[in-house]
Design a protein. Structure first.
Length: 543
């Protein structure tokens, strides 16, 4: 039996009756000033969905009906992984509703109530994912106008999804009367509070307020009177919070710019914000906006009649036997050549045994020609081979290979790197635990460096599954007054894990940096957006 836990029973019965043919109402998820949200099962596809319904008392007001349908149509035009998708909008009798994806998770406001504040990595992920969604909406001239923790949902995988476009400003419709403003005062931008026309930079300000609250556990501006809050947004500078780590101060520097009073002083686009956070700017679609859309007709599946075994055997002998015989001959010859070549490679260079006895020499090592080396003992031979591999690959151990040791290097340019091949990379000794229990980063300490030298940045990425793509951001920050500082150098290194214990060494040109004390940050983000990192402090000497 279906039960409904909340709400007015008469109202629920009306909704259940109106939508009975297509949906089974299961229970009420929540209600606000303008809508009630139910959990329901869609009968045709046998899936659970969320249905947002305009209350009956408001369904009689044309203005509220227009605003409600405007939200559905606005969100329905946006197809982005961080915006809740709309499946259907309609009305049945006196019930006006739209159907959207049911998300398993909780709102950011509930997370903040339970935890107080979040880590820097979690704040960074929320900013990047929400900025990506808001930037996508802004590119279509849609401004949300009510970004706050209640309208940011976290699904079961921790992904941020923006919802509630009820007061969004979209082309072709004015949703606010002249001289009025709709929104939540604690998160409104200065221009929104003053009734000035808005663009995507207003949403960036509101997102900055959310980030400030996530990082510090407090709102930047608060008061009992809504007008007092709006006054602070317009006139008062951003309060300086009590932070501890350099990573927190670096994040606050980004948030402080998002909260600039003048929109010209903020990040001018979501892409600028994502880049400042070290994220990757990507488009949610592979199709260029300049290309015309085309409808693709479904092509029928080709049906091939499969003959019986007897017919296939007869066809082989009567029609195709010459082609098969030729292909088989070529394959046999190629296999024979391969086996002979492999036997010779395993045996090593051919040396006359008498000459070897007279001179007491051994065949030259693989990969070295034109030299003759006295025959070493077995233990000495292994040591010599290890020494040769070390000289070939520099300071990094070579991969275990049969035959010649192969390396791949590139000249170190400013900000450039010099890496081993993937085989040699797997052989680098890792400092990760034998079986890492969680994703984390281990960064090697760095001694004070002469400015003219190239700097080797060594770190380990632990706990990622083989095949997981990740990005390692290497950043140099000159130590400043507040423990943070400017970032004169930052470079991303896209990569992919081959095991749960990855060792990486990047050679960077630091000759362009001024002498002084620096922080080196290595921030690693996996393909799900989870971020881990470490930092160390060192000095660049003026010599």
């Amino acid at each position: 039996m279906t039960t409904v836990s909340k709400g007015n029973s008469i109202e629920i019965d009306v909704v259940k009756a109106a939508l009975f043919e297509d949906y089974e109402i299961l229970d009420e998820l929540g209600r606000g000033g303008m809508a009630i949200v139910y959990r329901a099962k869609e009968r045709a596809l046998d899936r659970e969905v969320a249905i947002k319904v305009l209350p009956a008392i408001l369904a009689m007001d044309d203005e509220f009906v227009q605003r409600f349908t405007h939200e559905a149509r606005t969100a329905g035009r946006l197809e982005h992984p961080n915006i809740v998708p709309i499946y259907r909008v309609g009305s049945s009798g006196h019930v006006t509703y739209f159907v959207m994806k049911l998300l398993s998770g909780q709102s950011l406001s509930r997370v903040l109530r339970e935890r107080g504040k979040l880590s820097v990595g979690e704040v960074r992920r929320i900013l990047i994912e929400c900025a990506s969604a808001l930037g996508y909406a802004a590119s279509r001239n849609i401004v949300h106008r009510d970004i706050k923790p209640d309208n940011i949902l976290l699904d079961s995988e921790g992904r941020c999804v923006i919802t509630d476009f009820g007061i969004a400003k979209a082309p072709g419709g004015a949703q606010t009367a002249a001289g009025t403003s709709l929104g939540t005062p604690r998160y409104m931008s200065p221009e929104h509070a003053q009734g000035i026309p808005l663009d995507g930079r207003s949403d960036m300000y509101s997102l900055g307020v959310v980030a400030f609250q996530c990082l510090t556990g407090k709102l930047p501006y608060d008061a009992e009177d809504p007008f007092a809050i709006l006054y602070k947004h317009i006139n008062e500078p951003v309060p300086r919070p009590e932070l501890v780590s350099d990573e927190e101060w670096a994040m606050f520097a980004v948030i402080e710019r998002m909260l600039s009073k003048k929109k010209e002083d903020r990040f001018q686009s979501a892409d600028d914000l994502i880049t400042a956070l070290g994220g990757h700017v990507s488009s949610p679609t592979l199709v260029s906006k300049s290309l015309p859309s085309m409808l693709v007709a479904a092509q029928p599946t080709e049906i091939i009649n499969t003959p019986t075994f007897g017919l296939k055997l007869k066809r082989f002998w009567t029609q195709d036997w010459r082609s098969w015989a030729g292909a088989a001959s070529i394959a046999i010859v190629a296999m024979a050549v391969f086996m002979i070549t492999s036997m010779r490679a395993d045996a090593g260079p051919l040396v006359d045994s008498a000459a070897a006895r007279d001179t007491k020499t051994a065949p030259p090592l693989a990969g070295i020609t034109g030299t003759t080396t006295p025959a070493p003992r077995a233990a000495d031979s292994a040591a010599a081979t290890k020494s040769l591999a070390s000289k070939t690959t520099g300071s990094r151990p070579a991969a275990r290979q049969t035959g010649a040791t192969t390396t791949k290097t590139s000249s170190a340019t400013p900000g450039g790197t010099s890496n081993t091949t993937s085989a040699a990379r797997r052989a680098l000794p890792s400092k990760c635990p034998a079986r890492p229990s969680a994703f984390h980063v281990l960064l090697d300490q760095i001694a004070d460096q002469p400015r003219a030298r190239r700097l080797a940045v060594s770190f380990d990425v632990c706990g990622l599954a083989a095949g997981t793509r990740f990005n390692a951001d290497v950043r140099f920050r000159k130590r400043g007054r507040w423990g943070g500082g400017s970032t004169p150098f930052s470079r991303p290194f896209p990569d992919e894990a081959t095991s749960s214990r990855e060792r990486r060494i990047h050679l960077l040109d630091v000759s362009a940096l001024d002498p002084g004390e620096y922080y080196l940050d290595v921030v690693v983000t996996d393909q799900r957006g989870v971020t881990q990192g470490q930092n160390v402090q060192f000095k660049l000497l003026n010599r």
